[in-house]
Ligand binder design. Sequence first.
Ligand code: PLP
Ligand code: COI
Length: 340
Amino acid sequence: MIDPKDIDWNNLDFSYIKTPYRFISRWKDGKWDQGELTEDNMLVMSEASTALHYGQQCFEGLKAYRRKDGKVQLFRPDENAKRMIKSCNKLLMPEFPIERFIDACKQVVKANEEYVGPYGSGATLYLRPLMIGVGDNIGVKPAPEYIFTVFCTPVGPYFKGGVTPVNFMISEYDRAAPHGTGANKVGGNYAASLAPHEEASKLGYADCIYLDPETHTKIEEVGSANFFGITEDKTFVTPNSPSILRSITRISLVEIAKKYLDLKVEERDVYVDKLDEFIEAGACGTAAVITPIGGICYKGQLHVFHSETEVGPIVKKLFDTLSGIQFGDIDAPEGWIFEV
Ligand code: PLP
Ligand code: COI
């Protein structure tokens, strides 16, 4: 295991680095046990676990941030807990209670505190809560037992360059079906996105953007983040679709845009052939934070927004405000920050 003293905090990327402790709790006979911190990063399960065969699995992603005063805080972990409950309901898995979810996250951060990057480095401690169906079962039905675990890993930017623009490509494939699991954070959505992502990556794009699976005319989201655009008249526009993941970063940006930047906000359809309504665009998510979109390639044509090399002024302001709140430099709206 790498000693935190040897981590190059300013140059971390989004990779797995093993940390000393993770939380684990098991569900059996209709209830969760009290859970514990463990040093063992291996999960042992029956070969007949539904998570291995039928994708009965869901996960979350959130970060712990080091403030200027040295303290550590979480950003809206209650929202992650609620979203995981929705994923569990969708896949017939038992709910992990909100308060216990937050407590497990806090325990993991406290136990691995030296792995929360120093203030100013941009590094954070990424938490990955997940639930899997385990136990002996072979028919297509919910598992008899479950494991809930939260591990953490220190990370830097998800897309290379942080606040430098990246280009995306419109995918011809779908990550989610119209009335399927697109709005849930379940592994199957990501399995479906691996090949389209690799295709985009081979062509030199940071990731792909999916269109609505029903008509292929409207922007849905990036494989790992939501989309937003800024119009000439300073409106923050973000797609409103039942098959995209309700990004906690996006719902936060909607409030930040209104309350801190005095922008108008519209959650509505975004047509892929009307990209010229935007003067700036970005991808937002826990891992992606706010990644400015330089351009989007659609049917062989690259549509550039503000610039392929420079972040636009409004996306920059959104980034600075969001990061300021997450790292404790700017006062957050009531209830967003959970000190560890
Ligand atoms: N969309 C997808 C498909 C994601 O995987 C993520 C990451 O969690 C997001 C959007 C952004 O969501 P959040 O801001 O809650 O991290
Ligand atoms: C996140 O932003 O937390 C994600 O889960 C995105 C990605 C790493 C899948």
